[in-house]
Design a protein. Structure first.
Lengths: 146, 433
């Protein structure tokens, strides 16, 4: 969390100067902030989601639906893992134009993100299978970009 | 269109997964992976699009900066001064506090880009002020706050408009300008409605603030009022890009609240940073999903396909716009707004383009639609939020919000039929469309 905060500061205050390397630094921190944060910082409750249906159903249906969704996500993300690795590894041939960071390092955060999401949803799936209601709806907590 | 085609399946999967309760960003990435898989394309492309898209989208950095700026301006004493300023202007009329609520929303809309942030920031305070001594019913006060918060993302800055700029490749600057007149029109429509109801129901008047007090009150609110001017000045003076303008606004907001008003301590600044980082991450995931899904739309050659389809139907631009309005409004009752903006609107866009609708005009119309979705039952996030803040039953809230909804639908019809209302300001600043 503190990490995210530091990154935030750097990327706010350097962005006022339109010099090449700061632009580069800001987009890199933006990329890392979002993916790192989505992987480790954000709690499930804070994600932008749509919960009308899940709130309308009873506990059992909700758990069943949650299992379907978690499984779908796990299968699709796992399926994309090898190809993603290939792409990221392939990017080692390029470096960023100012800071000379190798792109495979830069983009490796997406692999970290994928693995973390897989781990998180495996855990959620496990909880759901054991009958715990992970997404007990809280209709008053509005999370949206709007 | 074939329902079993990879593309339709992907769209169905995205909508279904988000209905099942997955975060919308994840649903979009997963649906796009499904498409690439079914279409026999390289799944690694999803990663490529996401990473490259985020890496090259310097302009999107405006979003976290707008969030931060609003977070800084949101501190108690600034809100107080703005309210006193609004009260001095319109409190003297019948239904004074109701007018103040709308005016305050317009002013705050020019500092923040989010409707929910607008309602959350002033909702509680407005609720207390308006229901004190039984001046207004709690449900009317709550309905009004929800309705006036809708103006937030229509008057610049606006997070949904930045997202629309991303999916439609339109200039943020022109989109922002396009939102000014429709946003003000909605405010005027609401105030008109209040004036009418106030006379009928004999709403209370606030003790008028003497005119000689006005300069003092204005002066106290002045540093806060300066912020939108700085923002727009940077943007349209051609000095900076939208991102830098947002950075300047955030820096100014920090300066104003920390040094001039002293309403923020170091601790609050830290908390504001933290809070906006969290919101940024959630919205960043949405953007990541949108980038991947947009790529799917591009390789699906949807624009061409729809273009051919439409020529066979001979749809007029106006006919299409009206259809889009109805579709978006209906969807807005049931779906979350960002899903509509990032999944449904990109599918409509090529058609809009094919029948010759201006992308800025279409963007504003779409965003107004989506914002109205925030106050339409059964699924309206602003309604849910005000229900909690004001502790009123949804039934009463919906009843009281309906007249405002009707007034806003009138404005929506107006800007749909008269594109010049949207396009006048952008054209004035050199928009060629």
């Amino acid at each position: 969390m503190f990490c995210a905060f530091l990154i935030q500061i750097v990327f706010r205050y350097f962005s006022s100067f339109p010099v090449g390397w700061t632009t580069e630094l800001t987009v890199i921190t933006w990329l890392w902030l979002v993916l790192w944060g989505a992987a480790f910082v954000i709690k499930e409750k804070e994600e932008i989601r749509f919960d009308l249906l899940s709130a309308a159903f009873g506990r059992r249906t909700r758990i069943a639906l949650g299992i379907v969704a978690a499984l779908a996500l796990l299968v699709l993300y796992a399926a994309s893992l090898p190809a993603t690795y290939k792409y990221v590894a392939f990017m080692k041939v390029e470096k960023t134009s100012y800071l000379k960071i190798r792109f495979d390092w830069l983009f490796s955060i997406y692999l970290v993100f994928l693995v973390a999401v897989l781990a998180r949803y495996s855990w959620i799936l496990w909880q759901l299978l054991r009958g715990r209601d992970v997404h007990a709806p809280d209709p008053t907590k509005a999370s949206s970009a709007l | 269109m074939n329902l079993a085609s990879p593309f339709s399946l992907a769209v169905i999967a995205i909508v279904a997964l988000s209905l099942l309760g997955l975060p919308v960003g994840h649903a979009m990435i997963a649906g796009s992976v499904l498409y690439l898989w079914l279409a026999g394309l390289d799944i690694g492309t999803a990663a490529e699009q996401l990473l490259n898209g985020m890496y090259t989208s310097y302009v999107l950095l405006a979003i976290p900066l707008f969030i931060l700026a609003a977070e800084f301006m949101n501190s108690g004493s600034i809100m107080d001064r703005l309210l006193r300023f609004c009260n001095a202007l319109v409190g003297r009329y019948r239904g004074g506090l109701a007018h103040v609520n709308v005016l305050q929303s317009i002013v705050f809309a020019s500092m923040s880009g989010s409707a929910l942030a607008d309602a959350a920031s002033s909702g509680k305070l407005m609720q207390i002020l308006m229901t004190k001594d039984g001046k207004y019913t709690p449900s009317f006060a709550a309905a009004l706050t929800a309705a006036s918060a809708v103006i937030g993302p229509i008057i610049p800055p606006s997070i949904p408009l930045v997202l629309y700029a991303l999916i439609s490749d339109t200039s943020i600057g022109f989109l922002f300008l396009g939102g000014v007149i429709p946003g003000l029109l909605i405010g005027i429509a609401q105030m008109g409605l209040i004036a009418y109801t106030a006379r009928k129901k004999n709403f209370p008047v606030e003790p008028p603030v003497p005119l000689r007090e006005l300069p003092r009150v204005t002066w106290q609110a002045f540093p806060a009022l300066l912020m939108p001017i700085i923002l727009l000045g940077c943007l349209y003076g051609g000095i900076t890009t939208p991102t830098e303008a947002a950075a300047a606004a955030a820096a100014y907001a920090l300066l104003a609240s920390f040094l001039i008003y002293r309403s923020l301590g170091v601790r609050d600044v830290y908390n504001s940073l933290l809070a906006s980082a969290r919101i940024t991450i959630s919205i960043g995931m949405l953007i990541a999903g949108a980038l991947v899904f947009n790529y799917v739309i591009t390789i699906e050659r949807l624009p061409q396909t729809l273009g051919t389809l439409l020529t066979s139907y001979q749809l007029s631009p106006l006919g299409f716009l009206l259809m889009a309005n109805v579709l978006l409004l209906i969807l807005g009752c049931f779906l979350e707004g960002t899903t509509i903006l990032l999944v449904i609107v990109p599918v409509l866009l090529p058609t809009a383009h094919a029948v010759g609708i201006d992308p800025v005009h279409f963007g504003i119309v779409a965003v107004v639609n989506i914002m109205l979705g925030l106050i339409t039952p059964p699924y309206g996030l602003l309604l849910f939020m005000m229900m909690r803040i004001a502790d009123v039953p949804l039934k009463d809230l919906v009843r009281d919000v309906m007249p405002f909804l009707a007034a806003m639908l009138g404005v929506l019809a107006l800007i749909t039929l008269v594109p010049d209302l949207v396009l006048f300001l952008p054209r004035l600043m050199g928009y060629k469309g």
